[in-house]
Design a protein around this ligand. Structure first.
Ligand code: PGA
Length: 251
């Protein structure tokens, strides 16, 4: 049985002070009736503050980052290393988010290096994959997403794969209010799992959690989570509102 995993991606929102204020509200209303694993991925500048609140108040929430570089240290102005994240008790790191790919030109090859660096430093990657609208409309979405997996997982050892989370995020559904139908989302998640079984084996494929992401809201989470191969959600906009995110966790 895969434990449901709901992660909030704050993107470039919330100063560290706003983050602390968010938790003032969130922690008093925190309830987790489905016993999900819950993570927040704040911007780098708020990770320390969120970590302090979570530890101080003993809230059962994991800390994640939204990106990192694949080198451990050195002359890489503006980058953050896996060692730096680990030192802040970060457990998860989102890699290959479509905004990183589209705005900052990240390639599958870079993401592959980042996944390796994450595992080398005992961080658990949340690997994002997903197609553009033109690709979906041309009927090639599955080939495209499975191709991203081939490239991003190249030479990743089987022993680490159980620690990987994959987030299927169709790009046309992110921040747009459009969601994939729960059947389309589940079909892609199933295809991803089958691909993992081909690349590795059935046992590992059954362990990997696959999240859906793209305009997940309190009104659509229940239907998504009822599907066989959707194990959680990567939530952007709705994770910035304590009430909405609590409603999503308690779908
Ligand atoms: P959204 O973002 O929930 O605001 O669509 C999801 C994501 O980009 O991870």
């Amino acid at each position: 049985m895969r434990k449901p995993f709901i992660a909030g991606n704050w993107k470039m929102n919330m100063t560290h002070i706003e983050a602390i204020q968010f938790f003032d509200d969130f922690k008093f209303n925190y309830e987790n009736k489905n016993n999900c694993e819950v993570a927040f991925c704040p911007p780098f500048t708020a990770i320390r503050s969120v970590g302090t609140v979570i530890e101080g108040d003993k809230i059962d929430i994991k800390l994640g980052a939204q990106n990192m570089y694949f080198e451990e240290s050195g002359a890489y102005t503006g980058e953050v290393s896996p060692i730096m994240l680990k030192a802040l008790n970060v457990e998860y790191v989102i890699l290959g988010h479509s905004e990183r790919r589209e705005i900052f030109n990240e390639k599958d090859e870079d993401i592959n290096k980042k996944i390796k660096a994450a595992f080398n430093n005992e961080l658990k990657p949340i690997l994002c994959v997903g197609e553009q609208l033109e690709i979906r409309e041309s009927g090639k979405a599955e080939d495209y997403v499975l191709g991203q997996l081939d490239n991003c997982l190249k030479d990743i050892e089987e022993k680490n794969i159980g620690l990987l989370t994959i987030a299927y995020e169709p790009i046309w559904a992110i921040g747009t209010g459009k969601t994939a139908t729960s059947d389309d989302a589940n079909n892609m998640c199933k295809a991803i799992r089958k691909k993992l079984a081909n690349l590795y084996n059935e046992d590992v494929a059954e362990k990997v959690r696959i999240q859906y992401g793209g305009s997940v809201k309190p009104h659509n989470i229940t239907e998504l989570m009822a599907k066989s191969d959707i194990d959680g959600a990567l939530v952007g906009g709705a994770s910035l509102k304590a009430d909405d995110f609590l409603a999503i966790i308690n779908y």
